[in-house]
Design a protein. Structure first.
Length: 199
């Protein structure tokens, strides 16, 4: 059985959502960032982590890619080398571009020591707006990141969308909002949230 390690309501939801989409049994191991418990699984003390037998995988995008590869019958990962490159491009974009302004704003609003905080609001708003335009172009007329098939990329992108909406970032694109509505309305995400809330 898989173990999903991290703090409920954080990027851990990407892992539990993916596991629900795959229909896999799993256990949630609660562990806050930088605690002794989290350091057992992640050298930097950051969650989430996935434990699968003797294997420990860190970083939510890497975990989702690993899970997709482990369950090819669910078709949430690539089928060809070209698709792998396309999926990786989406995962890298989601974490290095789309998520970056969200994470920066959160750090400077809540996580850094007072003396380290600066007003990053204007920059994060401008950067996020640019990345939403990029996401709109990348999606084109597709229902999902990889076309008509829901994949691991949509889990990561969708969670970024949930985070952005919760943080009141304006998403100035009907196409992107429709995409986020589509992926965030999936039953597997609701199940993952309920499972996290229960612990």
């Amino acid at each position: 059985m898989y173990q999903a390690v991290g703090a409920p309501g954080s990027r851990l939801t990407r892992v539990t959502w993916m596991l629900e989409e795959l229909g896999q049994p799993y256990q949630i191991v609660k562990a806050k960032q930088h605690t002794e418990e989290m350091l057992r699984y992640s050298p930097g003390g950051k969650g989430p982590a996935l434990v699968h037998g003797d294997i420990v995988v860190t970083d939510s995008a890497a975990i989702c890619a690993y899970l997709a590869d482990n369950h090819p019958e669910k078709e949430m990962g690539p089928k060809t080398p070209a698709e792998r490159a396309h999926l990786n491009a989406w995962l890298f974009f989601a974490q290095s571009e789309l998520e970056a302004p969200l994470w920066n704003k959160l750090k400077h609003r809540m996580m850094l020591a007072e003396a380290e905080r600066v007003d990053v609001g204007p920059w994060t708003t401008a950067e996020f707006t640019r990345e939403i335009r990029s996401l709109e172009t990348r999606l084109g007329e597709s229902q999902y990141a990889m076309g008509d098939r829901f994949t691991a990329a949509d889990v990561i992108l969708g969670h970024c969308g949930q985070w952005a909406r919760g943080a009141k970032f304006a998403i100035q694109s009907d196409r992107v909002n429709a995409y986020f509505d589509r992926v965030l309305g999936r039953p597997a995400l609701a199940l993952a949230k309920a499972r996290e809330a229960a612990i």
